[in-house]
Design a protein around this ligand. Structure first.
Ligand SMILES: Nc1ncnc2c1ncn2[C@@H]1O[C@H](COP(=O)(O)OP(=O)(O)OP(=O)(O)O)[C@@H](O)[C@H]1O
Ligand SMILES: [Mg+2]
Length: 264
């Protein structure tokens, strides 16, 4: 936010462009020496968020002082934006790269160390821990959410299927039963999440549901009235939060299935 505010300030009254992008890159020792990270960082791969503007740019004198707390060239500036960015990046063990010149615009790039998860580098103990079981149906109209959830859940050992709509989810649940749990997006075009869940529970009364939402748990729960749910996952979530919610839901469902099996 601070970078984008600064970019917007730099455009001032003029028409210009602010570009926000993400990516991954190799950073060598030379480059690390040039940008003087806040701590000793290893050369290698980094992921980045970049904010570029076509605004007024900075001269050498300004460039040298931008991270100083209370340094500002603005009438109403507090000079705290970039100091805060620097603090945040320190917390992430990352670094800040930037280029700027008067009338040439400015580009800030925030470099983060990548989180590397591979089964080869994970110790054996963790491997054992990864053997989760269950069949999960992921329903979200956003392709990235589906893709990430599938990858994460498969990594932890789950079987997965994914659907881009409620209608497709119901089709899959009917064609490839039984699913243990559905990871359901709250707001989707077409068949709503409530209607989707009702249809899924008609197919299998014991299927669990973890609701994914950007809204608060209370708002979301209200929409579902008295339909029982097995968990709420606030977007954005981490792989471990996703796993924990699915695990909790599956424990509840297994208990419920055992109960309904002994009822006969
Ligand atoms: N994108 C940019 N283009 C041109 N100059 C910039 C840019 N970003 C930062 N600066 C310069 O760096 C200075 C410090 O920025 P910083 O965000 O720390 O404080 P500020 O924007 O002045 O005040 P605030 O505390 O409200 O953020 C700015 O006053 C400005 O001179
Ligand atoms: Mg600022």
């Amino acid at each position: 936010m601070n970078l984008i505010t600064n970019a917007s300030d730099a455009l001032g009254e003029h028409v210009g462009t602010i570009t926000v992008s993400t990516g991954a890159m190799q950073v060598d020792r030379l480059e690390l020496a040039r940008i003087q990270p806040l701590e000793d960082l290893p050369a290698g791969e980094y992921v980045f968020v970049e904010v570029a503007d076509t605004g007024c740019g900075m001269d050498a004198e300004t460039r040298a002082r931008i991270f100083e707390p209370f340094f500002t060239t603005k009438f109403t500036g507090r000079g705290l934006g970039l100091a805060a960015v620097q603090g945040i990046m320190r917390g992430h063990h990352g670094a800040i790269q930037f280029t700027s010149a008067p009338n040439q615009g400015t580009t800030f790039r925030l470099l983060f160390p990548p989180l590397v998860i591979t089964s080869e580098t994970a110790p054996a103990v963790v491997q054992l821990e990864l053997k989760d079981h269950g069949k999960i149906l992921i329903v979200d109209d956003e392709a990235t959410v589906r893709q990430i959830s599938v990858e994460v859940l498969q990594y932890f050992g789950y079987e997965t299927a994914s659907a881009e709509s409620g209608a497709r989810a119901v089709e899959l649940a009917a064609a490839y039963p039984p699913f243990d749990c559905v990871l359901l997006d709250l707001t989707m075009p077409g068949l709503s999440s409530e209607e989707t869940l009702r249809a899924l529970r008609r197919l299998d009364a014991t299927i669990g549901v973890v609701l994914m939402t950007g809204y608060s748990e209370q708002d979301a729960a209200q929409r579902f009235g008295n339909i029982p749910l097995n968990g709420f996952l606030q977007k954005p979530f981490t792989p471990y939060e996703l796993r924990r919610h699915i695990q909790t839901a599956l424990t509840q469902i297994q208990a419920q299935r055992r109960l309904s099996a002994t009822a006969f």
